[in-house]
Design a protein around this ligand. Sequence first.
Ligand SMILES: [Zn+2]
Length: 174
Amino acid sequence: MIPGLQAISLLELKVLAAPRHWSVEGHLDEIPSLTPLRGNISAEHQSNILEVKGKINTIVTHCCDRCLGEFNQSLSLNTEEQIWLGVRDCQAAEPNNSNQLDQIDALMECLDPHGSFDPERWIFEQLSLQMPLVKRCGADCPGPPQPSTEKSGTQHQQPDIDPRWAALRKLSSS
Ligand SMILES: [Zn+2]
């Protein structure tokens, strides 16, 4: 939980008629980081669009998928996103509105205009997008840890048999 980053209702943002700024300093529960997330984020209500801008830096510690060693990665976020305020309903739209639809389609997210915007959630989602799918500590990765003995570490591999095939097998062997 980052102090000061409470969700704000979109109606409140609309009344504000100016960008709302938050300064960011703290840790996210979902993304443990070595250094606190630092930066700033702003959100501006623009009739049917919410424009969100964020600049955040942090260093996260990953566990290498290969050698299981820990390594650090610096993440920096410098993102602008436009969030559609409304309910997307493509089927109800007339064909001559296709231009507008394309525009809406290009916008990744949509929010209920009577709902709220959660800056912490937004930061979490943006940082999650930057997380590597495969975590490798680097070119000097020593590779998988060697099991100390032959038996420990290597699991006896059970062939993966569909239960229906198992039943067939039983029939054919009887
Ligand atoms: Zn490694």
